[in-house]
Design a protein around this ligand. Structure first.
Ligand SMILES: Nc1ncnc2c1ncn2[C@@H]1O[C@H](COP(=O)(O)OP(=O)(O)OP(=O)(O)O)[C@@H](O)[C@H]1O
Ligand SMILES: CC(C)(CO)[C@@H](O)C(=O)NCCC(=O)O
Ligand SMILES: [K+]
Length: 243
């Protein structure tokens, strides 16, 4: 059976086509424009008709409804959405309002815990926003942090300072920059990396860091601590929440 998975973020919509647990196709489309045309773009390249569609989304309800209608129009299937549960897959949501808590964050916890059970975890998802979520060795949610992602930090500087422009080429490093674009990029990358290292150190012995999201490749290289890079954090969580 072919399953179309959608990870609808604030910047990009990531998709993949699975068949009996095997990846067949994947891609990403810009998610800032019209959702109908974005789904038609996916339909144009999809090699097979999906029999199911699972979606994680952090977009507004109206947008999700348009996506659901369009998926039904194109493939004649109903979009399945994960429902946050207080306890699932060894992860216990404690002290959060499940209705408010981002479903990408929850799915990230499920995916990370499935790979590294029984250890305290810092789960980092670095997209438009960079989120860090912590669970203890028993899988109990301890809380999280939400900060701007590295592209958003660059954009907000460029939007608010006349002499700061969005760098044309992506180049991230720890250390000091000489040129303006380096100072900006090394600055935001160092901020993100240092925050991840700090939370890891705070958890102490036995903890692990799991990273996913669009900027995880960059950040995993820059941090000075061991990290497990799981590029498909949200998709893996989606498969756990909606088997
Ligand atoms: N090819 C690419 N196109 C766009 N962004 C990319 C690309 N490669 C890496 N990125 C980085 O990934 C980030 C987007 O990450 P990602 O796609 O995980 O999240 P998103 O679509 O913004 O959604 P969300 O954060 O809401 O899950 C961008 O801010 C950018 O810095
Ligand atoms: C924080 C983001 C934007 C990260 O994608 C998303 O998880 C979200 O919109 N969350 C809702 C608020 C919350 O998680 O508490
Ligand atoms: K500017």
């Amino acid at each position: 059976m072919n399953i179309l998975d959608l990870d609808c973020g604030n910047t990009r919509l990531k998709w993949r086509l699975m068949r009996e647990g095997e990846l067949r196709q994947s891609g990403a489309v810009d998610n800032t424009g019209c959702c109908t045309s974005m789904l038609r773009q996916i339909a144009d390249v999809l090699c097979d008709q999906p029999a199911r569609c699972r979606m994680s989304s952090v977009r507004a309800q109206e947008i999700n409804e348009v996506i659901e209608t369009t998926v039904f129009d194109i493939w004649d299937i109903k979009v399945e959405r994960p429902v946050k549960r207080e306890y699932l897959g060894g992860v216990r949501l404690i002290g959060v309002d499940p209705a408010m808590y981002g479903e990408d964050r929850w799915l990230g916890l499920l995916a990370a815990r499935a790979v590294i059970p029984a250890r305290p975890l810092v789960v980092v998802d670095s997209g438009t926003a960079l989120t860090l979520d912590v669970i203890d060795a028993e899988g109990g949610f301890k809380g999280g942090l939400i900060v701007p992602g590295i592209s958003l930090m660059l954009k907000s500087m460029a939007d608010n300072a006349d002499r700061l422009l969005i760098p044309e080429q992506r180049h991230f490093r720890r250390g000091l920059g000489l040129k303006t674009v380096e100072a900006m990029q090394f600055g935001v990358a160092s901020m993100a990396a240092a925050l991840i290292e700090k939370e890891y150190e705070f958890l102490g012995e036995g903890a692990a860091v799991v990273m996913g999201g669009g900027d995880a490749t960059v950040l995993a290289e820059l941090v000075t601590i061991p990290v497990l890079h799981l590029p498909d954090l949200v998709f893996e969580g989606l498969a756990i929440a909606l088997p």
